[in-house]
Design a protein around this ligand. Structure first.
Ligand code: NAP
Length: 246
């Protein structure tokens, strides 16, 4: 029997990341659960182990070079060379462009863009050496269409989509598959941080008439991680209730 794929899911203490970690563990991955909160990472890893899966936890900030090295080392020490990275960690914040503080702008790009870059750089060398690996970046449909009061969030997610395409062009012929997922609104604590007005307006615009659940995004990630997605390279898949149709 093949060894379980050593897998890192960032920001997996909550919401979509938690659902991804649980889903991947259920289909046989050995998961390193990362989160800013060590307690939440421990809880999710314990939940996976209680269900018979393989998981370890490591707290850390994906925008910190030192923390990223520690997250990568923890995954490699626990489960071997990393074969799948899911860059999921993210934050929400709303402000009209003219009121946007530099510190809020910088933090948005640090967590999403610098975090995705640092984590990807940490796993890429060993993946290229083995000519095998998969990277899935969690973007957002707002990176495709923009969002009012969300220029920094939308800009960061657009950067992730661009980075995904560039990296996919560089490395797919060397055995590493890179894709992105751009969810629509999903019922998680992050969306509850946005205003009720925003949530009500958004729901009324959705062809499906409802927000998604984290488990529905996890299915898309599990597909992209699998050999069934062997022809998907540099793509951005949209589990988005029909909000964006490309
Ligand atoms: P969530 O429930 O708030 O989960 C995000 C997790 O990431 C939290 O546990 C958070 O920890 C962690 N995190 C934040 N900054 C981090 C950092 N620097 N290093 C490590 N972990 C960090 O949000 P979610 O809705 O599941 O979002 C997951 C991803 O999906 C994000 O990238 C988000 O942008 C994207 N997304 C979400 C939606 C949606 O509607 N929910 C739609 C499209 C895309 P703390 O809570 O301790 O800060």
């Amino acid at each position: 029997m093949a060894a379980p794929v050593s897998t890192i899911v960032t920001g997996a203490g909550s919401g979509i990341g938690r659902a991804i970690a649980i889903k991947l563990a259920a289909i046989g991955h050995a998961v390193l659960v990362n989160d800013l909160s060590g307690q939440r990472a421990d809880e999710v890893a314990a939940e996976i182990r209680a269900a018979g899966g393989i998981a370890a936890a490591k707290a850390g900030d994906v925008s910190s070079e030192a923390d990223v090295a520690a997250i990568h080392d923890a995954a490699a020490a626990s489960h071997g060379v990393v074969g799948l990275l899911v860059n999921n960690a993210g934050i929400a914040h709303q402000a009209l462009f003219e009121n946007l503080d530099v510190k809020d702008f910088d933090r948005m790009f640090a967590v999403h863009v610098r975090g995705t870059f640092l984590m990807t750089r940490a796993v890429l060398g060993p993946m290229l050496a083995r000519r095998s690996g998969v990277i899935v970046n969690i973007a957002s449909q707002l990176g495709q269409i923009g969002g009012i009061e969300l220029a920094h969030y939308s800009g960061a997610k657009a950067a992730i989509i661009g980075m995904t395409k560039s990296l996919a062009r560089e490395v797919s012929s060397r055995g590493v598959r890179v894709n992105a997922v751009a969810p629509g609104p999903i019922n998680t604590p992050l969306v509850m941080e946005l205003s009720e007005d925003w949530r009500e307006r958004k729901k009324s615009e959705l062809p499906l008439g409802r927000f998604g659940e984290p488990e529905e995004v996890a299915e898309t990630v599990a597909f992209l991680a699998s050999s069934a997605a062997s022809l998907f390279v540099g793509q951005t898949l949209g589990p988005n209730s029909g909000d964006v149709m490309l």
